[in-house]
Design a protein around this ligand. Structure first.
Ligand SMILES: *[C@@H]1O[C@H](CO)[C@@H](O)[C@H](O)[C@H]1NC(C)=O
Ligand SMILES: *[C@@H]1O[C@H](CO)[C@@H](O)[C@H](O)[C@H]1NC(C)=O
Ligand SMILES: *[C@@H]1O[C@H](CO)[C@@H](O)[C@H](O)[C@H]1NC(C)=O
Ligand SMILES: *[C@@H]1O[C@H](CO)[C@@H](O)[C@H](O)[C@H]1NC(C)=O
Length: 475
């Protein structure tokens, strides 16, 4: 969307919900708070960098028949209130549903209580106006038509067509700083995030797996990770281990010292975490594919995204792969369930009856996808194939390769933005990892979590929360 259009939309919305109507009254107060923050920021800088490891409690699972997403709990405001947000490595900003928002969910079937963020309910909340540096940096220049009392807008459209629009605010984020083995203490940092005013698609009230918002772990300067790193709180390295067997898992910010993983380079200057997929192997056979099918130049390449439930392959790849996957079971008949999944009847052990699929990446890193990962049980004796034919296309009309929780679950995945690399290894996501505290050099254990959530069955609730369009990107 054109930033001007977003600006007008947000100005109307904010006027409607009454935030800016009393702008003359709000702004002197804002300014005073800002200078107070500047003092705190200055103090923090003088105390030096306090690089620490952060433990994010995870809940949910990647099963399309259950939640189909992973979420975490974080604190916002002062005093801090709890918010449950989807963790998404395919988008960049943190946003939460705000008071008086339009079509925001109020209830969730995930067994969690939803909370609307209320700027007036937090002593430290500040509006970010469109003439502030963060806003012009986000939009890659000054915003046309900006007046100081107009809030800085945000608007994101995700891969599934759902969208969120609102304006940026600044407030305290409270997170779990790892201070001992399997122990954490709350720590906070002032960050800028989106206050959601209008939601649509799966983000609106109709959604059964409703959450308070989304935390984007993308690379842009506007992400929480980049903001924490810029204020010297963390290194730009994070990892996740998504447990689709038992739910929840591990999500940590900080340098992982155990387990060790091999890595593949991240394609630079991409809006997402793009890697170079070279070939696919099924039962020791390399699929015969056009050489440029996963070509990584100019917006192509393979996207790694925890916010997507399944895995999407170009049609040519899918049509080669599926017959190979089914080759050991020539008598099985595939039929369509819910108009979208290819399913079959099978009562044996899927790991014995079906082949392992290996994805080979640049620098000899491979990713092994087991039958119990890429097949999911629809109901007793009925299994469905998780691999999907790509529906999204890149700018130059090529089918996109998008690897979501289907292939990322039950692996420790490390995103090392300091070295622009990503790596993974098979891992037990109910166990623990060892993360180094940069300030002290001490290594601490970070364990798995499982924010309790109701087990609900939503067949067909597959999410593709990677960023499709945004006015924030300047690639
Ligand atoms: C942030 O942390 C400091 C130091 O622990 C604490 O005094 C302050 O109350 C915290 N602020 C919020 C908003 O939680
Ligand atoms: C992101 O932040 C870094 C460090 O503050 C800065 O050098 C860089 O220009 C910023 N990038 C963009 C795209 O604004
Ligand atoms: C995974 O780790 C958990 C916790 O340490 C342990 O109880 C479980 O047996 C492990 N699972 C496997 C398959 O090793
Ligand atoms: C995680 O929570 C879900 C839902 O409450 C539960 O079914 C599952 O057994 C839990 N997993 C673990 C490892 O405790």
């Amino acid at each position: 969307m054109d930033p001007r259009a977003v600006l007008i939309l947000v100005a109307i919305l904010v006027a409607e919900i009454g935030c800016i109507a009393n702008g003359n009254f709000v702004f002197p107060v804002e300014r005073r708070k800002r200078s107070l923050n500047a003092v705190k920021a200055h103090d923090a800088r003088r105390r030096g960098r306090i690089l620490s490891a952060v433990d994010l409690n995870l809940g949910g699972n990647g099963l399309p028949t259950e939640t189909g997403l992973y979420f975490t709990k974080l604190g916002l405001g002062s005093p801090p209130k709890d918010y449950y947000v989807q963790v998404d490595t395919g988008s960049d900003i943190l946003w939460v549903n705000c008071v008086k928002c339009s079509r925001c969910p109020r209830k969730s079937d995930l067994g969690i209580d939803l909370t609307l963020y209320d700027p007036k309910g937090s002593e430290t909340s500040e509006l970010i106006s469109c003439d502030q540096e963060f806003c012009s940096a986000t939009y890659d220049g000054p915003i046309p038509g900006c007046k100081s009392e107009i809030p800085c807008p945000y608007s994101i459209t995700y891969g599934d067509g759902s969208a969120t629009t609102g304006y940026y605010v600044q407030d305290y984020l409270t997170y779990n700083h790892v201070n001992d083995n399997l122990r954490t203490a709350p720590q906070n940092s002032s960050i800028i995030f989106g206050c959601g005013a209008v939601q649509s698609g799966t983000l609106s009230s109709s959604s059964e797996e409703a959450l308070d918002g989304i935390i984007g772990f993308g690379q842009s300067n506007s992400s929480v990770l980049s903001q924490l790193a810029a204020s010297g709180k963390v290194k730009k390295i994070f990892s996740h281990c998504l447990d689709n067997i038992r739910g929840g898992g591990i999500f940590a910010i900080g340098e992982v010292v155990e387990p060790k993983v091999s890595t593949t380079p991240l394609v630079p200057r991409m809006a997402h975490y793009n890697v170079v997929l070279k070939s696919i192997e099924v039962d020791t056979d390399i699929l015969q594919l056009p050489s440029d099918i996963f070509d990584s130049g100019n917006g192509k390449g393979t996207i790694i995204d925890s916010g997507t439930t399944l895995a999407y392959l170009p049609a040519i790849v899918y049509d080669e792969l599926i017959p190979k996957v089914m080759a050991r079971q020539p008598r099985l008949k595939l039929y369509l369930v819910e108009q979208q999944f290819s399913c079959f009847q099978y009562t044996g052990n899927v790991d014995r009856g079906f082949p392992v699929v290996k994805l080979h990446f640049e620098d000899s890193l491979s990713l092994t996808v087991y039958p119990h990962d890429y097949l999911f049980q629809f109901k007793d004796g009925i299994w469905c194939i998780g691999w999907q034919k790509s529906v999204a296309q890149t700018k130059n009309g090529k089918d996109m390769t998008l690897l979501g929780d289907l292939v990322l679950s039950n692996k420790l995945v490390i995103y090392d933005l300091e070295n622009m690399a990503i790596g993974w290894t098979d891992y037990n996501c109910s166990s623990s990892i060892k993360v180094k505290d940069e300030a002290t050099g001490i290594v601490h254990t970070v364990g798995a979590h499982n924010i309790s959530s109701a087990t609900t069955l939503f067949m067909g609730r597959i999410l593709t929360f990677f960023l499709l369009l945004t006015t924030m990107l300047n690639n």
